[in-house]
Write a new protein. Structure first.
Length: 410
């Protein structure tokens, strides 16, 4: 629907529609039913149906009664939570000189005694004394990448899996990987929102489009919509600002308060334990020139590289180097667009990339992986798209970004 950059776009988000990370000129895209179509018209918008999703054919994946199964998949090859956690353990066991699994907290459901999951990261480097410890004076710079903060963005979990394998299998045989791991710690959180992913994978061959976490106490929806909190609107960086919703049934529901969610608090605690604070308070202060580290949050889709600020169109104090890095990432991806969210998409407050830069001064980016149209677009591309289309681009972007961790602002 027509929603140009500026007030019209922000009005659409404020009303809580499921606005996709996708823009085509003056048009934004909303996911919803016929009821949503009517709600848009009532709100004064002029929507047109762009495409209709096929009716679901439910076939949930089997639940392993045995130990974690690294081979368990759904929807044509995407790895289940069981497989992801087994993969981390397998990598750490088979490459003990390189990899360490870190439990950095619990998902919301686990904090409630309602099932749930440990929140897991893996640190990969040629291990020396002091490496992969939760300390802010680490000998090596740190590159951090995470996937599936928005659960339905299944491409990103697969990219994290492939990145982990590329590193541990390439050490000693690939000169670029070897040099990187000799000099840098690489931290990977493949699944940042496991409770949400559990809902997604329960759809089997028709994955459910759960975006939020599974918090049905703080985020209980009693009408149409999904329960939960949008973890990418929940951080304390300008919490409650533009592009967020106060309605628990909306996809951009920010939660009852800043950092209310177990997953948000755990991520922020992890980042504060591995990165020193290198930025003075205020929105315009730059991070110090000697700041180390880069954080990437992978999302999908729209072929975008985004960097702070997301809550505003104002520049950060480190805009020039962030913009230069964004430009190079976009080039390596084959011509993606790059810029602040308000320049190429829409403004949104409370996002993790804003928080990382705001609180610590660390260079942070969001990648929206996947084209706006075509056979490999959308939240649920065929699994074959990961190897054929997404990974060749993302691998080069990751290697470049990891190489910048030592001095992103120089």
């Amino acid at each position: 629907m027509p929603a140009p950059l500026g007030q019209k776009a922000q009005d659409l988000l404020t009303r809580g529609f499921d606005v996709l990370e996708q823009r085509d000129g003056n048009d934004l895209f909303v996911l919803g039913s016929q009821d949503v179509l009517g709600q848009l018209r009532t709100a004064g918008f002029a929507p047109a149906i762009e495409s209709v999703m096929e009716a679901p054919q439910w076939a949930p994946p089997p639940v392993s009664a045995r130990a974690l199964d690294v081979n368990e998949t759904y929807y044509g090859g995407y790895h289940t939570l069981s497989a992801h956690f087994a993969h981390l353990d397998q990598v750490a066991s088979q490459h003990s000189n390189l990899a360490t699994v870190v439990d950095y907290g619990d998902s919301w459901k686990k904090t409630q005694g309602a099932g749930g999951y440990d929140l897991k990261a893996i640190c990969i480097t040629k291990k020396n004394a002091g490496d992969c410890e939760r300390r802010t004076d680490a000998p090596k710079p740190r590159f951090f990448v995470m996937g599936q903060l928005h659960a339905r963005e299944i491409t990103t979990g697969d990219m994290a899996w492939r990145w982990i394998d590329h590193l541990v299998n390439g050490y000693g045989t690939d000169s670029q990987v070897t040099s990187l791991l000799d000099s840098t710690e690489v931290w990977v959180v493949p699944i940042a929102n496991p409770d949400g992913v559990e809902i997604v994978q329960s759809g089997g061959d028709s994955p459910k489009l759960q975006r939020k976490n599974a918090d049905n106490a703080n985020g209980k929806c009693t009408s149409s919509g999904q329960s939960g909190i949008d973890l990418n609107r929940n951080t304390g960086s300008h919490f409650g600002g533009t592009g967020t919703s106060t309605n628990p049934c909306n996809e951009t529901y920010r939660g009852p308060s800043a950092d209310s969610e177990a997953e948000t608090k755990a991520l922020e605690s992890l980042w504060r334990s591995i990165y020193p604070d290198k930025r003075a308070p205020g929105d315009t202060a730059p991070a110090a020139a000697d700041t180390r580290g880069v954080v990437i949050s992978m999302h999908s889709y729209s072929n975008l590289v985004l960097f702070p600020w997301g809550w505003s169109t104002a520049d950060t104090g480190n805009d020039a180097p962030l913009r230069a890095m964004g430009k190079e990432m976009a080039r390596l991806a084959g011509g993606w667009r790059y810029g602040q969210p308000g320049e190429v998409l829409y403004n949104a407050a409370g996002a993790t990339d804003d928080w990382v830069y705001d609180d610590l001064g660390v260079a942070s980016f969001v990648w929206e992986i996947g084209a706006q149209s075509g056979s490999c677009s959308g939240f649920l591309p065929a699994y074959s798209c990961q190897a054929s289309t997404h990974w060749p681009k993302v691998k080069q972007m990751l290697l470049y970004a990891a190489g910048k961790a030592a001095a992103p602002y120089k």
